[in-house]
Design a protein around this ligand. Structure first.
Ligand SMILES: Nc1nc2c(c(=O)[nH]1)N[C@H]1C(S)=C(S)[C@@H](COP(=O)(O)O)O[C@H]1N2
Ligand SMILES: [Mo]
Length: 318
């Protein structure tokens, strides 16, 4: 994949941040799907495709969640306040620590309970139909941002490997290399970083495999070259720099649950009514704002995802 993008080819951040789209309620969308197609500039495959084809993807519930139209955080904020423990546990030091992370070549092995296991290289994944999604992102620590991602629905990747009827969960694994990640030994977490979703969560149209943000390839510190984004769950579910995806019939182990099962559950849906044992989850600090704002049930995506949890006690299944 080509990283030598001309600055003139990148949609300026100011264009994103000034779009009437974010200020107006007209086409309010909890999951804003823009059709600028800027990602084609770093994706030679997509570049060859007709703009109309690229833009054919239907919006997800484009008229719900008027409150979701929020100004994205700046590129500087999104790329300089990060959680990526393999590189550093200091959020403002991650960008520098990940500066020389080598992410090419890159492959993602997709297997387990599937009919067609396959190892994809990055170019295969960039051929999957991309969309832009502006999502709220809420860390379990109590801070949040709004991030304009580009990527593709995880469902589109899973469809290619044909999950078997026995598959009930999806397990994810991050890249881990002690040489490239010398600070990892101070992280305090078991590595490689692992995460998981129930299969229906994984197939949900909001669940994204992100390949970039702000029209650029994914910055190293945000999980280059591809990472998961599950906008209604706490940020740690959105595992970075994925190398392996495995369909299983049992609930996968997850990094933070292994470390502190009383504090971090498998589901970890954003829920202002269920506090972390050591702090309240009722409010959050939006990076760039002066005062805290109330946290929203399912991070504001309840209309889309609450049905996944019908009949479940969300205090027990936290
Ligand atoms: N491999 C890996 N993935 C990870 C993490 C990590 O430390 N390692 N941190 C998680 C946490 S706690 C959060 S809040 C988000 C942060 O994503 P961002 O830096 O792009 O905002 O990544 C998640 N994914
Ligand atoms: Mo987080």
């Amino acid at each position: 994949m080509s990283h030598d993008i001309q600055p003139s080819e990148i949609t300026p951040e100011s264009t994103y941040r000034n779009r009437r789209f974010f200020m107006k309620t007209g086409v309010a969308a909890g999951a804003a799907v823009l059709t600028t197609g800027v990602y084609r500039y770093f994706n030679p495959v997509v570049q060859e495709r007709a703009a109309s084809e690229v833009q054919s993807s239907p919006a997800v519930n484009p008229v719900s969640n008027a409150h979701a139209i929020e100004q994205p955080n700046t590129l500087q904020e999104i790329t300089h306040y990060n959680n990526y423990y393999e590189f550093s546990t200091n959020k403002s030091a991650v960008a520098k620590a990940a500066e020389h992370f080598v992410t090419s070549p890159w492959t993602v092995e997709v297997g387990g309970l599937v009919g067609k296991p396959r190892t994809f290289d990055l170019m295969d994944l960039l051929k999957i139909e991309h969309e832009e999604r502006i999502y709220r992102f809420r860390c379990v620590e109590g801070w949040s941002m709004v991030i304009p991602w580009q990527g593709f629905r995880l469902k589109k990747l899973l469809d290619l490997v044909e999950p078997l009827g026995s598959a009930k969960f999806v397990a994810f694994e991050s890249y881990y290399d002690k040489e490239q990640m010398p600070n990892a030994k101070y992280s305090g977490i078991d590595l490689p970083y692992v995460e998981g979703l129930r299969l229906d969560e994984a197939l949900h149209p909001l669940t994204l495999i992100a390949t970039g943000l702000y029209g650029q390839p994914m910055p190293n510190q945000n999980g280059a070259p591809i990472r998961l984004v599950v906008p209604w769950k706490y940020g740690f579910k959105s595992i970075k720099s994925i190398v392996k995806i495995t369909l299983t019939d049992t609930m996968p182990e997850t990094t933070w649950n292994k470390l502190a099962p009383d504090e971090y559950g498998f589901y970890s849906n954003v829920n202002p009514n269920v506090d972390h044992p050591r702090w309240s989850q009722a409010t959050e600090q939006r990076i760039g704002e002066l005062s805290r704002r109330p946290s929203l049930m399912f991070n504001g995506y309840a209309e889309e995802v609450a049905g996944l949890y019908n009949g479940m006690d969300l205090k027990v299944n936290f």
